[in-house]
Design a protein around this ligand. Structure first.
Ligand code: PLP
Length: 381
């Protein structure tokens, strides 16, 4: 089967599995324990931190291990609000991951004001909108580095500088950017940066939050681990797997080049036989691996199903939005009609994909699309 849903999650790298196994069996000591076994596990934890910090371009001390990007996002948002007591305003965008959007909606119910910046039809953010939204009582600006549905990039470095000029903290959810383009947390100027292991061929349930040196971000979970910044016994096997996955990313440029070739091969092949297909965010700067395609009024769910019958896995919008029939909030924010949104699929390529996978997809797709042409257009009601 051909897996083209790498933005939802990636296959665990064999090296990551190998790195995890000892901590799931013999090396089970608690890293906080003073025993020799505990000290040895603690040492491994330190080495893992160095490896992930290297990938993130941070110092190990700036990195907190979490249960994933959701927790990292929540820690940054709630932490920034409690650091800036009295400031009651947040800025984010309409196209953030639900882990940010749903937290912001929750905070609105608690009396925090939130501005949701719009995007244009290519999914791009206008920094002028950010400039206008910033206020003296803005505690935090939270903008994703790369969008999980379209791959479109936000100008986070410029946005971070603007937030700082206005006295606000800046957080970025770099979950999709990490491993696909060069992300340097310290050099980017952001205060907080979230990421997750399972998007870079590491295990699920582990991630990291970069917290710029000198910022005493209050924890979400209180406890003594992670130097008081994240309580709870560390998920050592997962952290070891995360580090192993990070160590595999020695050449991001080569990785990105490989992914871009696969993606561009697909898009060129698709447009050759279906010139009216719309590639969302095509005019924008975007991730090298992501292709979000509008199939003019064809039923996306049906197309997804027919591809699955051929052993090809893609996605309708984001994994988290699938299942629920809510049309993608990202494409909706880009101004597409409900019909256009429901006829869109995401193909996200990964390291284990081969050009033969793309060729197979391009071979089966015309037949499937032709077979669907006499179907009534997708119902938008
Ligand atoms: N942020 C983005 C942009 C994502 O794509 C994901 C993926 O699910 C998350 C956050 C959530 O990450 P996690 O599953 O580690 O909580």
């Amino acid at each position: 089967s051909i897996y083209l849903d790498n933005n939802a999650t990636t296959a665990l790298a064999p090296a990551a599995l190998d790195a995890m196994l000892p901590y799931l069996s013999t090396e089970y000591a608690n890293p906080s324990s003073a025993s020799a076994a505990g000290v040895s596990v603690k040492k491994a934890l330190g080495e893992a931190r160095v490896a992930v910090a290297k990938l993130l371009g941070s110092s190990p001390a700036e990195l907190i291990f979490t249960s994933g990007a959701t927790e990292s996002n929540h820690t940054a948002i709630l932490g920034a609000l409690s650091l800036t007591k009295g400031k009651r305003h947040l800025i984010t965008s309409q196209v953030e991951h639900p882990s940010v959007l749903l937290m912001c909606q929750h905070l609105e119910r608690l009396g925090i004001e939130v501005s949701y910046l719009p995007v244009d039809e290519e999914g791009r953010l206008d920094l002028e909108d950010l400039r206008v939204a910033l206020r003296p009582d803005t505690a935090l600006v939270s903008l994703m580095w790369a969008n999980n549905e379209t791959g479109v990039l936000f100008p986070v470095i410029e946005a971070a500088a603007m937030a700082h000029d206005a006295g606000a903290f800046f957080h970025t959810d770099a979950t999709q950017a990490l491993g696909k383009l060069s992300v340097n947390a310290a050099a980017s100027g952001v205060d907080f940066l979230s990421c997750s292991a399972h998007k870079i061929h590491g295990p699920k349930g582990v991630g990291a939050l970069f917290v710029r040196k000198g910022i005493a971000l209050p924890p979400l979970f209180h406890g003594h681990q992670e130097r008081g910044r994240r309580g709870g016994t560390e998920n050592v096997p997962a952290i070891a797997g995360f580090a192993a996955a990070a160590r595999l990313l020695t050449n991001i440029e080569a990785e990105a080049h490989y992914l871009r070739e696969l993606r561009d091969h697909f898009e060129q092949g698709l447009l050759a036989f279906m010139p009216c297909a719309r590639i969302h965010g095509q005019e924008a700067e975007r991730l090298p691996n992501t292709s979000n395609v509008g199939f003019i009024a064809l039923d996306g769910e049906e197309l997804l199903y027919r591809l699955e019958q051929e052993g090809i896995t893609a996605a309708a919008g984001a994994a988290c939005a699938a299942g629920g029939q809510e049309p993608s909030h990202v494409l909706t924010a880009m101004g597409f009609s409900k019909t256009a949104v429901l006829s869109s699929l995401r193909f996200s390529f990964g390291r284990q994909n081969r050009s033969e996978d793309v060729e197979r997809l391009l071979r089966v797709l015309p037949g499937i699309l032709l077979g669907m042409m006499d179907m009534p257009p997708v119902k938008a009601g």
